[in-house]
Design a protein around this ligand. Structure first.
Ligand SMILES: Nc1ncnc2c1ncn2[C@@H]1O[C@H](COP(=O)(O)OP(=O)(O)OP(=O)(O)O)[C@@H](O)[C@H]1O
Ligand SMILES: [Mg+2]
Length: 241
């Protein structure tokens, strides 16, 4: 069993403090969901944890089983068992998905078959994986291709930023079921950022966290999604925003 711990994370972007003391702890096999208004810092959290340049960590820590990630090179963070699926997946011309996975340390033997199997699970035409990473893929195909990476890499923790955006309703169900299966297949801890409770229809969250003004302002069980759907974020808004 592993633990991902985000503690007192403060991050500055373009001269502005966007994360203002973010705390979240989760264990293997759990599904945690982050919801919150536009601009509240959700993607900034994903970018900062991925080590993207321009996201300056002022304070705080992000650890897996006590090992600090924020001082490691981005590739080392992946090797520790962290997978990040960004809101806007990046195109990598000249690199095919299979090469990316091999570079991440997956054995080439049987890899193409494994990718094909994962593609079918999320209803992605496997031929799409022969193209360069994310180049000429539709929005929904990019999101499904991220799930192929997840299925092959089997990370300890996956942080998924709006994995549901751009997915049609059938794909949404397939992706949610794949994520849910990952939590039991290898105990993947899933941290999903989303605006829509639809994603939760086939994936029961352990906890839902409401983010406002760059920090978690409320945490609850699955029922919190219904409260948000009914009342919106106004009751949770922090004074800063
Ligand atoms: N690279 C950047 N340069 C300048 N400002 C940025 C940058 N990245 C984020 N910001 C600002 O930081 C704030 C938080 O952005 P972020 O993308 O984290 O929001 P979010 O919660 O993911 O919103 P959404 O729900 O719309 O995806 C916003 O005001 C945004 O304009
Ligand atoms: Mg975002």
């Amino acid at each position: 069993m592993s633990t991902l711990r985000i503690q007192g994370l403060r991050v500055e972007v373009a001269g502005q403090e966007v994360l203002t003391g973010f705390d979240l702890t989760m264990n293997s096999g759990e599904v945690h969901v982050i919801m919150g208004p536009n601009g509240s810092g959700k993607s900034t959290l994903a970018h900062a944890i991925s080590g993207r340049p321009g996201y300056k960590v002022l304070e705080g820590s992000v650890t897996i089983d006590g090992t600090e990630l924020l001082t490691l090179e981005p590739s080392e963070r992946a090797r520790l068992g962290l997978l990040l699926a960004l809101q806007q997946p990046l195109e990598v011309p000249g690199v095919r998905p299979i090469d990316l996975l091999a570079a991440a340390g997956v054995a080439r033997n049987g890899l193409a078959d494994a990718m094909r199997g994962e593609a079918i699970r999320v209803e992605l035409r496997p031929e799409v994986l022969d193209r360069f990473v994310n180049v000429d893929l539709s929005g929904g195909e990019r999101k499904r291709a991220e799930m192929v990476q997840l299925g092959v890499l089997k990370p300890k923790f996956a942080i998924l930023d709006e994995i549901d955006s751009g997915l049609d309703v059938d794909a949404l169900g397939a992706v949610a079921r794949r994520l849910s299966a990952a939590t039991t297949e290898w105990g993947c801890g899933v941290l999903a950022i989303t605006h829509f409770r639809r994603l939760l229809n086939e994936m029961t969250p352990t906890k839902i966290h409401v983010v406002s003004g760059g920090k978690v302002v409320a945490t609850g069980g699955p029922e919190l999604a219904d409260v948000l759907e009914r009342d919106g974020y106004e009751p949770f808004r922090s004074p800063r925003h």
